[in-house]
Design a protein around this ligand. Structure first.
Ligand SMILES: [Fe+2]
Length: 363
């Protein structure tokens, strides 16, 4: 969009070719100048020493050039004018919030039609786009036709970022093993939970691949944490407030480490939008809050855990060998019914920021 006209009395006021009008403070314009003295285009790093700018900084003159595709601004104290492209100014023409997954998601319950992708088709960019779109919309994808070895976990991780190293290693495989320190390694029921409640940066994505399946039982369970949060917000606003404000501490103790992290079960961003659901009753540490706060937390847990375990909100599926679930661990809860027999799975985590970058939400 080209610039039709400008004036600069107290702010820079731009009239766009569409007739829309935008205002920019002088400080913002000087701080975000993209010329080579102010900004390193190679590293995308700011070179301006912002704190040293005069808070009353003003342009001496502003010139519209190239039929409104450029503005040239001569600032007081600068030796030469700085050019601003209309593309850059138009992108920031008004305050905006960063796009969130919650803003583009479709809430679901037990009747969700699971998004399915064939593993071999992931080399095709159209299918990869479909895979990423489903991760944004539903928070999970069922991948069929995976080779039943660890290479496919690696390949799926690379669709979204790269394999994250944790206390459990990178790509892991497991079957029921009572000797392990974590409840995930037993054949008992695993109630819906998120992973890494004890991590300051909980895994963004979890990949679970079924390598062998000859058990009876052992259905995988997924729950849309965003949908449950939305229901609580609408129907129990008081409890929603507790769940958004009371920090819960998660703990992992074993293998020579003690990992601790605290955040509310429903973590909102500064704009009040839901960013992350964290719930793992197995890993919740002992906390001694004031009695009324403890009571509020227990009310919250009773309500939300009841909803997470209500079959109406659970998508259930018996994973077969060669099937993988890729899930958004900041949105979905996962669990598994008890089983008897042999079941072998492999998995890995991907970091949140790499996942978000791959989704293109930062562009
Ligand atoms: Fe888990």
């Amino acid at each position: 969009m080209n610039i039709e006209s400008v004036c600069f009395e107290h702010t820079l006021d731009v009239v766009w070719a569409s007739g829309e009008v935008s205002h920019y403070s002088f400080m913002w314009l000087r701080d975000n100048a993209r010329d080579e003295r102010s900004f390193d285009a190679r590293t995308h790093q700011r070179e301006v020493f912002t704190a040293s700018l005069d808070s009353n900084i003003k342009p001496l003159f502003v010139e519209r050039r190239n039929a409104g595709a450029l503005l040239s601004i001569q600032w007081e104290l600068d030796c030469s004018p700085i050019e601003y492209t209309s593309t850059f100014l138009y992108r920031y023409r008004q305050p905006f919030k960063t796009q969130t997954i919650r803003g583009t998601s479709t809430l679901w319950d037990r009747d969700v039609e699971p998004p399915v992708v064939d593993y071999p088709s992931l080399s095709d960019s159209t299918q990869t786009d479909q895979f990423l779109t489903s991760m944004i919309e539903f928070g999970f994808v069922l991948v069929r036709g995976c080779p039943t070895d660890l290479s496919s976990v690696n390949a799926l991780a690379e669709q979204l970022g790269y394999v994250r190293e944790t206390i459990f290693g990178g790509v892991w495989s497991f079957e029921a093993d009572e000797a392990m320190a974590d409840s995930a390694y037993t054949p008992r029921e695993l109630r819906p939970h998120t992973d890494g409640s004890y991590s300051l940066d909980a895994p963004g994505v979890q990949i679970l691949l079924c390598l062998e399946q000859s058990a009876s039982g052992g259905e995988s369970i997924l729950v849309d944490g965003f949908a449950i949060a939305d229901k609580v917000r609408r129907e129990h606003p008081e409890i929603y407030k507790y769940l958004c404000h009371i920090e819960v501490e998660g703990m992992y103790q074993g293998d020579g480490v003690t990992l601790l992290a605290r955040r509310p079960i429903l973590r909102l961003n500064a704009s009040g939008e839901l960013e992350q659901v964290t719930f793992n009753n197995y890993d919740r540490n002992v906390m001694r809050l004031a009695d009324d706060q403890m009571q509020q937390l227990y009310d919250g847990i009773r309500l939300i855990d009841g909803l997470f375990n209500d079959p109406q909100y659970q998508w259930r599926h018996q994973l077969q060998a060669g099937e993988a679930i890729v899930l958004d661990n900041w949105r979905l809860l996962h669990g598994r019914s008890a089983y008897v027999g042999s079941r072998k799975l492999a998995g890995a985590y991907v970091n949140r920021e790499d996942f978000i970058s791959r989704l293109g939400l930062n562009d």
